[in-house]
Write a protein that binds this ligand. Structure first.
Ligand code: ADP
Ligand code: MG
Length: 437
């Protein structure tokens, strides 16, 4: 059923804990719902109120994703559920096909700007204000969870409010759409949609390199839009040059306009982002708690957000104030769990796999350049992600003493400082380890 599908989608966007505590208690009230008004029943006032403020927008957005219609979401108490609209059911026939699928809360005003993302932010603003004439295309890249989608959709929301026709899709949606229209012999409609808009936003463009047919279609979409000054903005996890599976002619087009990167936020930006999120979600955290989260969590803002929601969920359920002590207790497991799960062996395994060498090479005495580099990266990541001491690391990697380890770490730090591509690779590896660990 539609409502179930929507809640299932929602479950992939929020933490399992939030889902268990709140969303699972919702019951879809089919009788009271129609395509523009969706009613869910909640078991008590607290949960009803919390879900209303916290998730209504998201749920409405997901209905829009599914049906093309953005409904009003009503969360009512179980026994007070009205039954006046008994005969109205969700009318799936009314589904409109055109929908921009923009998340309304992804706006420039909600984006916290710091050194790490300022360039990308300003580029997006400039492009929104002068469509097709300053930087076309705009290509934004950086590791996951740092706000690329947020910025991309901010461009979309800004332009929609100025009456522009905006198409915003992930590259997967582009592929699905393409396949659908091919199978239905309706490519005209596909082309009408993607080539006649004012703004085309493609999220996670790195996945478009999968098949030649898609690339061919995207190539023509790009050319036609570009020649008519239609604005194109793309996001990706890597810069155009490093994209895998893409034809040269596409990669070179991606470089025609402006390329802007987003790097992990500095501590003060992280603190500001947390403050903003709390304001937005009406969660009160004191300064110490905010600092604790900013210093102890990784760089992925999505994970930080879900940690805050989690913390708030615990506090609400246990009727506790969120003191630093309480936060440490709730988050200790998360933080420790994350670190404990990562072993030296995990790191060696992931680094060697990603850099295409044998795990045994990393511990060997080989001096060949790529092995030396992989070994250094592994040492750096072990030092950063595990509690192993310098002497322990030295002994594991068969090095003379801890000063040899320091030397390696110093070299890597220099490279990270001076070489953007290298820096990106290390961040990517770190993320891979953190998510698999
Ligand atoms: P990406 O697309 O780079 O993986 P997202 O745009 O999905 O990252 O961001 C993940 C979450 O972090 C989103 O909820 C987004 O609103 C939030 N976020 C990231 N950076 C910022 C920022 N600078 N200010 C406010 N929110 C941010
Ligand atoms: Mg994204």
């Amino acid at each position: 059923m539609l409502a179930d599908e929507v809640l299932k989608l929602l479950s992939t966007e929020i933490s399992p804990n939030e889902y268990e505590c709140y969303i699972k208690q919702l019951k879809f009230n089919e009788k009271a719902s129609n395509s523009e008004n969706i009613v869910f029943n909640a078991p008590n006032e607290l949960i009803a109120r919390f879900i209303s403020t916290r998730y209504s927008d998201k749920i409405a957005h997901l209905f829009e994703v599914k049906t093309g219609i953005k409904p009003k979401i009503n969360i009512t108490l179980q026994n007070k559920a009205k039954s006046t609209k008994q005969n109205q059911q969700v009318d799936v026939k009314q589904i409109k096909t055109q929908s921009t699928l923009l998340n309304p809360s992804y706006k420039f005003e909600n984006f916290v700007v710091g050194d790490s993302n300022q360039f990308a932010y300003l580029s997006c603003k400039a492009v929104s204000e002068r469509l097709g004439s300053v930087y076309n295309p705009l290509f934004i890249y950086g590791p996951t969870g740092l706000g690329k989608t947020h910025l991309l959709q901010s461009v979309g929301n800004f332009c929609i409010n100025n009456g522009k026709v905006v198409i915003c899709v992930t590259s997967e949606q582009f592929i699905t759409d393409f396949t659908y229209h091919i199978n239905n012999h309706s490519m005209e409609r596909f082309r009408e949609k993607y080539r006649k808009c004012d703004v085309l936003l493609i999220d996670d463009v790195q996945f478009l390199g999968k098949t030649d047919k898609i690339q061919e279609e995207f190539f023509h979409t790009f050319n036609e839009l570009h020649s008519k000054n239609g604005q194109i903005v793309m996001t990706s996890d890597k810069p155009p040059k490093m994209l895998k599976g893409f034809e040269e002619r596409l990669k070179s087009r991606f470089e025609w306009g402006l390329i802007a990167d987003i790097t992990p936020p500095e501590l003060d930006t992280k603190v500001a982002i947390i403050q903003k999120k709390c304001e937005f979600d009406k969660i009160y955290l004191n300064k110490d708690v905010i600092n604790y989260i900013a210093t102890n969590m990784g760089d992925n803002i999505r994970e930080i957000e879900s940690a805050i929601i989690n913390l708030n969920a615990y506090a609400t359920l246990m009727r506790q104030e969120i003191t630093l002590e309480f936060a440490k207790n709730v988050m200790r497991d998360q933080i420790k769990e994350k670190r404990e799960n990562i072993s030296l062996e995990n790191i060696i395994e992931i680094v060697s796999k990603e850099l295409n060498i044998k795990p045994s090479d990393i511990k060997s005495k080989s001096r060949s350049a790529n092995i030396v580099e992989a070994r250094r990266i592994a040492i750096y990541l072990v030092k950063n992600l595990t509690p192993n001491s310098m002497p322990q690391i030295a002994s594991y990697f068969g090095m003379k003493d801890h000063s040899a380890v320091s030397h390696n770490i110093k070299k890597i730090n220099e490279l990270i400082e001076n070489n953007e591509i290298f820096n990106l690779r290390v961040i990517e590896l770190k993320n891979k380890i953190l998510t698999k660990g």
